[in-house]
Ligand binder design. Structure first.
Ligand code: 3PY
Ligand code: MG
Length: 265
């Protein structure tokens, strides 16, 4: 079974950087898989990507070198089971706000004795280049489980939520988190509630030997967050990078006919 090099890196305490794939397009995935990111997350929460396209993208990514991850639309057993059974090497679970929700995510993502994932599928083993029996025996050590802290409830109860065994990463969604604080959604702010929340998650991750992660807007922010102690860093998205460059060209040339939309991620 191919080792999950991102999980190994995080367990060694090293940072790992990737981005989001929001476009429902295997050709875009092929190109992004050759750029050099450690991992790529196929976005299924806020995108139009179908499970079929996601499965194609998991295969393309794993064959190219990066680790294929999936952000599921919501924390339930159907979503988590299907992305793992169709070949994702890990799952990002949004809005985990209670211990029961963290336990449900672990149950869906891990086989017994840690969880309750059911047996079936072919693509998972193919993407790890092994036979199904090996996959079933070793998946618990290779699948990366990333739970999102993106609501004030998750920050307040972080100790009881993220002490559930079977989790690898606590990943902050700054947009939903600031929104839940009653502020304008953003990737970054010096607002004390936000900066305290990040420090609290870093402390909880140190306590429970988990990697802390966060979504950032650009490479400068990625460097700052790594220096602060975050390990699992998502930089924008492929669509965000495409639009940032396109908008810079339009601005530099003084073109005025565009709408000037700013893509965040
Ligand atoms: C957020 O910022 O809310 C996110 O979900 C980022 O992935
Ligand atoms: Mg979010």
């Amino acid at each position: 079974m191919k080792p999950n090099h991102v999980r190994a890196k995080l367990k060694r305490g090293e940072p790992s950087v990737g981005t989001w794939l929001t476009l429902p397009d295997p050709i875009a995935a092929r190109m992004m898989a050759r750029v050099g990111f450690d991992w790529l997350t196929v976005e299924l929460e806020h995108s139009s990507t179908s499970l079929e396209t996601a499965a194609t993208n998991f295969a393309i990514i794993s064959a190219s070198g990066p680790v294929p991850l999936a952000r599921v639309p919501w924390n339930n057993v159907q979503n988590i089971k299907r992305v793992l059974d169709t070949g994702a090497w890990g799952v990002v679970v949004p809005m985990v706000n209670s211990r029961a929700e963290a336990e449900a995510a672990v149950d869906a993502a891990r086989y017994a004795p840690i969880g309750k994932r059911t047996i079936g599928g072919q693509l998972h083993a193919i993407n790890f280049e092994c036979d199904p029996a090996t996959y079933y025996a070793q998946a618990n050590e290779q699948i990366l489980l990333v739970l999102m802290a993106e609501h004030v409830d998750a920050i307040e109860k972080a100790d009881e939520i993220f002490s559930v065994p079977g989790i690898d990463v606590v990943f902050i969604g700054p947009n939903d988190l600031t929104h839940s604080m009653g502020k304008a959604p953003c990737f970054e702010t010096e607002d004390r509630d936000f900066t305290d929340a990040l420090e609290h998650i870093l402390a909880i991750c140190r306590k429970h030997k988990l990697a802390a992660g966060i979504h950032v807007a650009d490479e400068a922010a990625a460097q700052r967050r790594i220096a602060q102690g975050f390990q699992f860093i998502a930089v924008a998205s492929e669509a965000g990078m495409m639009l940032s460059k396109a908008q810079a060209v339009v601005r530099a040339l003084g073109l005025t006919s565009g709408k000037g939309t700013v893509a965040k991620y």
